[in-house]
Design a protein around this ligand. Sequence first.
Ligand code: GRG
Length: 308
Amino acid sequence: MVQTDLKPTLTSLSDFDLKTYLQTKKELVEKALDESLTIEKPEKIYEAMRYSLLAGGKRLRPILCLATAELLSQNEVIAMPTACALEMIHTMSLIHDDLPAMDNDNYRRGRLTNHKVYGEDIAILAGDGLLAYAFEYVAENTKNIPTERIVKVLGILAKAVGANGLVGGQVMDLDCEGKSDVTAETLTSIHRKKTGALLEACVSCGAVLSGASIDDLTRLSIYAQNIGLAFQIIDDILDVTATTEELGKTAGKDISSQKATYPKLWGIQTSQTKAEELVNDAITQLSVYGKKALPLQAIAQYIVKRKN
Ligand code: GRG
């Protein structure tokens, strides 16, 4: 029988070895992050920044950026400084999120939170230091790329961080604590900013660095918005169903902080179904790229299957 290349995408997707892919990319990212930030004076602040930046985590954001660059330009090296910057921004948001004035948590990524080790003053400054360094790192280390693409990337990062991104989402989230009448519309608006904006920036930055067309940018943005929301829905489910050991952070925190969550609004089963629908839509968006899109499609599937 003649072997055909036209196997349905989903068959190829189930054959894709995501575990090895994620492990390989994670090792590259860990090495780049380690090299990105060396200890200078005053040592205390560099140690605090490195403590959280090198504390592990899934490294999903840098991997999304690298995978997008690989898809469009077969060149992930050009995206590594931006991938590191995205992880610096994500890490700073976790440090600030864990502060007593915010979510007040003692554990993150399986170890004590930054302020528990270095004190609140240094934790705030470590977050600020990482945020500023993210932009410096992209500007100074992105090579062999037209300057206008680098400027565009810096703009995308700034937008994802600001009042229409992480900051705005966090403010809305804090405002909704203790309220029982939060609608699905409001919750989705919170998470599109708080979680989705940075995940979308990962994909958009990888695309812009690769010289993406408007059509590429549009379909990749839709992919990213869908996986961003699915990621948060699963995050809410795991907060109820997983243990502190599995999560590496305090489980059940959403209930004790009286947070508005998707399981509270829809129940666990409906929340899971909605996340799966979003991910299926995300996968379909990328079918135009054929097998080259398998890594991003497999990452989308992983988002609804993950256990931490
Ligand atoms: C950006 C100036 C500035 C301030 C930050 C605190 C804050 C404002 C925003 C909070 C953002 C936040 C913590 C969103 C939650 C996103 C989320 C679901 C994080 C968990 O991500 P994972 O599971 O974590 O990828 P790992 O540890 O694997 O990287």
